[in-house]
Design a protein around this ligand. Sequence first.
Ligand code: NAD
Length: 465
Amino acid sequence: MTTSATVSPLSGSDLASHVDALRGYFAAGRTRSYEWRRSQLEGLKRFLTEREPEIVAALKSDLGRDDFEAWFGDIAPPMGDIEVALKGLKSWMRPQHRRVPLTQLPAKARIQYEPLGVVLVIGPWNYPVNLSLGPMVPALAAGNCVVLKPSEVAPATSRLMAEHLPTYLDREAVLVVEGDGAITQELLAQGFDHAFFTGGTEIGRKIMAGAAATLTPVTLELGGKSPAIVTADSDLEVVARRIAWVKLMNSGQTCIAPDYVLAEAPIKDELVQRLQSTIREFTAQENGGKRIVNERQFSRLVGYLEQTKGTVVEGGSWTSADLAISPTLIVDPDPGEPAMAEEIFGPILPVMSFSDVDQVISFVNGRSKPLGLYVFGRDSRVTNRLVEEIPAGGAVINHCAIHYLMPSLPFGGVGASGMGVYHGEWGFQTFSHRKPVAVKGFGLDLKMTYPPYTESTKRLMRKLF
Ligand code: NAD
């Protein structure tokens, strides 16, 4: 069998024949056993362990990340996913018995989890290893063949995965295809048993349109503007640390980063000051700002700074030669300006104020449903009300983004921030068909339940059903 290093780049009939080969392999039942699934998870683990230095170097080249951020953002999370899957797999695979209604007795009912077949995982560039391997863990744990299409925007990481990942896995079941959006559409045109996409909302629409032609079901892990709402009784020192830490990670290029802050009016100025001093403290050893992935994203962010109608109280500068933007606080932007209308996905944090809970709820609900909702405050009646009344993919009270790190919780968006979930057993279910199975014996086959029905049987059946 070919390695992905020799089959990449693929297109047209090449793609079709490779996907067909995977279909044949899946149909032969080779990926179904517990042992096979386990061996793939162990293979992913070995890839992450043995190739850590190369992964760190690729992330440095693609994103300018330091060693620790590379490990924290791209190695530790899929490693955690693998451990959870290895621990849970046997029980996840077990059929679940269900109750049978009186009218169907004697019988048994169960749900059994069936692999879907050949699935497509389409990765983004911002955490290119984590968000490629993260979905591959449940896809393989569920017994599927996988085609991975990493993001071309992180080329060193894409190449590394294409060259080395298949050598740690069953090469007849896993294929890595490098390429851009056009290749992704060609892949989608092959038809898959599932497509799992992580990326922006606009591309998400194109993925869904491409998948529709072959009725390929999709999971879309998209983006959006995740607000951090800070009520007046919060511990502002802690709030500033938590918001600044998550916002600055990976230069703000994190889908679940707080996108903007809504602070209750009486504490807005103090929060801004604390955010300012925390940002300075966190970035004291850096110089030249936060590196952005490429020219296109850099120009988009510089455009937000140039067009702001708010007051820039921190940062606001950029260095084109290094694609670097200094961590920036914009106070009181216009709600319609680009930084408040589009997902920021960079080290820029707008801060606005609100006067009461009703106002902040209607402000957030007047926009697309966010991926994350972060609510700060000591009064649980208020924080719970905000969580209840603002639809969002996920929510955290008194921190940002940590729901992502809890595999017992489903992770995903809602509305424009996505559809479908993964992590832990939720991911296993996404990549499995829940097949309902009803089982009868041959005994107790009452003739009266078959036509032609007598009047008394009809009366009885009306009562029973
Ligand atoms: P993107 O949408 O630009 O690209 C993602 C993938 O889609 C890439 O593999 C790319 O090759 C492919 N693609 C590009 N154009 C395509 C087309 N026309 N048809 C088919 N495929 C195409 O996303 P990105 O810029 O890589 O990532 C940033 C976005 O992703 C942000 O909006 C962020 O919020 C979101 N994101 C979401 C999550 C999540 O878990 N929900 C995680 C990370 C990033």
